[in-house]
Design a protein around this ligand. Structure first.
Ligand SMILES: Cc1ncc(COP(=O)(O)O)c(C=O)c1O
Length: 477
């Protein structure tokens, strides 16, 4: 081979490696060399190669469609996906540049206030947040400030605020107490009583109580605290002592279920002491992760020193948040869902989801292996406990199910019911009756397998199963 031929062939080789027209997505040099993991690589990649590397890494993850652990939406219509792309380019906080986003946000808040039966003579306000955790912190912060202002006006001590809630709350409540320096008065759970009521709250109330927290659809069992009873207790307390203690309802999961499935059930702004409610739009609002809301029954429930008031567009607008910049994708997706489904659409979907949850619950109970902890009447979450865990535990069943791709968390309940270990399956819109049958069959097959191959030491295996322990409700939700 002469020198010209050699150079030509070298040039062709190099061209085929570098040219975007010839280089295949796979089979280039990037597939035989490791990717930099600790520094931004020096060299560039072609867009589709970079895309594949990232997308392929995602193949190592669980399948969202089989993720029974999360309450968060894992499927939306293609039209919503289009709006999500559109919203990604607009920072929600840029109200000067994108005033219509603020208008949409306000519409969403008013629609939710109406859904939660706000009385007509109330001037509700609220904001959308990144999720229920931020929403809860904003609500409780407002209650702390109201309590402090009242006490300061009367020349009373403001150094020891406290908040009362059950051990059935999500971890974000404890986060609030720790971050914002408020004493937690936590009501422990008991075996067979996984929610709180007026009798639990009464002995803990005092002049430093900023609020009582209740949950509509607890993370652990999907049950509902006795909100009416607690409301009555606080009304009596107000009459007796003059102390006006607000209730904050954590409706992260139940806020879009109860209004459509149990509209007669009274838990919301119909109750006098309920002054604020949060909801996770990314749960049964049926949008992807990244949105919650907090709604105050009346402007007077939010001390005006907290939000930043913006006066333009001929009216007042408020900015009340813990963070600043965020995309507007999910806000637009939620607005789309409200318009697209309407209340009748939500009713249909929630009824279908509840029906599939009840079906699965009934079949698991009939199998004779499980005790059902909840009746899926408030939330489409199936929470079960093994009747006999002498040979294997719920953690082992969770491990077995994961071999078929199912993500079903096993976890112990909060104190003082920590000896109760449960499995939780959250039923969502994209979980069909067929999938319910498949999950049921796979659960029973797991049990047969464990009966025939019992783990050598239940206690040890139980402790080893740390991966599943991490998938407690605090993790994936
Ligand atoms: C009852 C309850 N409250 C609050 C949260 C926290 O919500 P988010 O994940 O939207 O911050 C959750 C999450 O699962 C929850 O179940």
């Amino acid at each position: 081979m002469n020198i010209r031929k050699t150079l030509k062939s070298l040039f062709r080789k190099q061209q085929s490696e570098e040219s975007p027209y010839i280089t295949p997505t796979y089979g280039g040099r990037w597939d035989t060399q490791p990717i930099d993991k600790k520094r931004i690589p020096e060299d560039s990649l072609m867009p589709r190669v970079a895309y594949r590397i990232v997308a392929d890494e995602m193949n190592l993850e669980g399948n969202p469609a089989l993720n029974m652990a999360t309450f968060v939406t894992t499927w939306m219509e293609p039209e919503a996906d289009e709006l999500i792309k559109l919203g990604a380019t607009k920072n929600l906080v840029d109200e000067d540049e994108y005033p219509q986003l603020k208008v949409i946000e306000d519409r969403i808040i008013q629609m939710e206030a109406e859904l939660f039966n706000a009385p007509e003579d109330c001037d509700c306000i609220g904001v959308t947040t990144i999720g229920s955790s931020e929403a809860i912190m904003l609500a409780l912060l407002a209650h702390k400030w109201r309590w402090r202002k009242r006490r300061q006006a009367d020349g009373l001590d403001i150094s020891r605020p406290n908040i009362i809630f059950g051990a059935d709350v999500h971890t974000c409540w404890e986060k609030f107490a720790r971050y914002f320096d408020v004493e937690m008065r936590v009501i422990p759970l008991q075996e067979d009583k996984y929610t709180i009521g007026a009798d639990d709250v009464e002995p803990l109330l005092d002049e430093n109580t900023i609020a009582v927290g209740v949950v509509v659809g607890t993370t652990f069992t999907g049950q509902v605290d006795d909100i009416s009873g607690i409301n009555q207790l606080l009304l009596n307390h107000k009459q007796k002592t003059g102390m006006d203690i607000p209730i904050h309802v954590d409706a992260a999961s139940g806020g879009f279920v109860l209004p459509f499935y149990q509209p007669q059930f009274v838990w919301d702004f119909r109750l006098e002491q309920v002054r604020s409610i949060n909801v996770s739009n990314h749960k049964f609002g049926l949008v992807y992760a990244g949105m919650g809301s907090v709604i105050f029954k009346d402007k007077s429930d939010l001390p005006m020193e907290l939000p930043f008031e913006i006066n333009y567009l001929g009216g007042s607008m408020y900015n009340y948040s813990l963070n600043f910049s965020k995309g507007s994708s999910i806000l637009l997706a939620q607005y789309y869902m409200f318009l697209r489904l309407g209340k009748s659409g939500y009713r249909k979907i929630i009824s279908a989801v509840m029906s599939n949850a009840q079906y699965l619950e009934q079949k698991l109970a009939e199998s004779g292996f499980f005790e059902v902890l909840t009746d899926a009447n408030y939330l489409p979450a199936v929470v079960i406990r093994l009747i006999d865990d002498s040979l294997f535990t719920a953690y082992h069943i969770s491990d077995e199910l994961s071999k078929n791709g199912w993500i079903v968390p096993a976890y112990s309940l909060p104190p003082s019911a920590e000896h109760v270990v449960v499995l939780r399956m959250v039923i969502k819109e994209n979980f069909s009756r067929d999938l319910a049958d498949k999950l049921l069959n796979d659960t029973l097959a797991s049990i047969r397998h464990l009966q025939q191959n019992p783990p050598s030491n239940v206690k040890v295996a139980d402790n080893i199963s740390t991966e599943n322990r991490q998938t407690t409700p605090h993790g994936p939700c």
